[in-house]
Design a protein around this ligand. Structure first.
Ligand code: 13P
Ligand code: SF4
Length: 319
């Protein structure tokens, strides 16, 4: 629409004027992903978002995603201004792992190396030895186990269970889940596989184990997009946020993508195959962030150094 174009043009102009750069996650609306691509920003998974924000020279980062992504950008770049379209955009994993309880849990097991998923608050990261994303979790845990370390894993129980199963390494686990991936249902997926017998099943490891068990490929959002491009199949059943289909279609234009089934649909399920927090990001609030400097991410000074250490470790490890 014309209105949409007006928003986009205004945002493009302000990004230049304010030496700002737009970093968007694959789960945000297509229009934001397009805008990030068109303006030399970045559309990616959470690992690459962190790396990009860390290396791009812009003074201001506009992070379209959820709060932990904005905080990660700020922790890695305290001298930059980090704005988000809305600070309300959270994550059930972050919410499900309150720093005080988590600290007490870690204190009760002082002989354990603490590995936390990127989907956590700055305070939780500050208590960790390592931060990992889904793209690198297996490698980091294997690396630690090779050194004979005992491991605390938090907060995603499904990703933790997947890592445990793949590596055979027992971990002490926190109990939280992603409300989006938790909705995928194995029985219904089995039924759908019968309808599309030639389709490859691509699953994000935040999904429950019975769903992961049916996968041809399990991986982070970037790994899912690459699989769509690289696997020979023409059809794919995809168990992750449907906003990723935009990039999957770009990567493999002649292929067909089908949503993996969830327990509910429409109004009966607020979080079915699309993250309600990611959905809070739009052109209007991106423009507002640029115009007003609203919704700036600030991380407590006392946490920044401690939270940066485990994050930087992940970036160095993956480099
Ligand atoms: P990725 O690291 O795969 O981008 O996942 C982030 C996320 O929030 C998935 O729900
Ligand atoms: Fe968190 Fe799940 Fe949303 Fe990702 S999709 S931000 S893990 S609630």
């Amino acid at each position: 629409t014309l209105q949409q174009d007006e928003y986009k043009n205004r945002i493009k102009q302000l990004l230049k004027e304010k030496d700002a750069c737009l970093v968007a996650h694959y789960y945000t609306d297509q229009v934001l992903q397009e805008l990030a691509d068109e303006t030399g920003g970045c559309v990616s998974d959470s690992l690459e978002m962190a790396r990009f924000g860390n290396t791009h020279p812009a003074k201001t980062l506009i992070v379209a995603g959820v709060k932990f992504m904005g905080e990660t950008a700020k922790i890695l770049n305290p001298e930059k201004r980090v704005l988000m379209p809305t600070l309300e955009a959270n994550c059930s994993l972050d919410i499900g792992c309150p720093a005080e309880e988590f600290t007490a849990f870690c204190d009760a097991h002082p002989d354990h190396e603490v590995v936390v998923y990127a989907n956590t608050s700055a305070a939780v990261k500050a208590r960790a030895d390592w931060v990992v994303t889904s793209g690198i979790a297996l490698k980091v845990v294997e690396h630690l186990a090779d050194q004979g370390k005992k491991i605390i894993w938090a907060p995603d129980k499904h990703l933790g269970a997947y890592v445990q199963k793949q590596t055979g390494i027992e971990m002490l686990m926190w109990d939280a889940a992603c409300i989006v991936h938790d909705e995928f249902k194995a029985q219904r997926l089995l039924d759908l596989k019968k309808v599309y017998p030639d389709a490859a099943v691509l699953v994000h490891p935040e999904s429950p184990d019975p769903v992961v068990e049916l996968a041809d490929m399990v991986g982070s959002t970037t790994q899912i997009i690459n699989a769509a491009r690289d696997l020979p199949n023409k059809q794919f059943i995809v168990a992750t946020d449907r906003a990723i289909f935009y990039k999957m279609r770009q990567a493999a234009p002649d292929k067909e993508f089908i949503e993996a089934p969830t327990g509910g649909s429409g109004a009966t399920c607020r979080s079915c195959a699309h993250c309600p927090w990611m959905a809070m990001n739009g052109l209007e609030n991106v423009l507002q962030a640029l115009e007003e400097g609203a919704d700036e991410i600030l991380v407590d000074e006392s946490l920044i150094d401690d939270a940066r250490r485990p994050l930087q470790r992940m970036l160095d490890f993956s480099a």
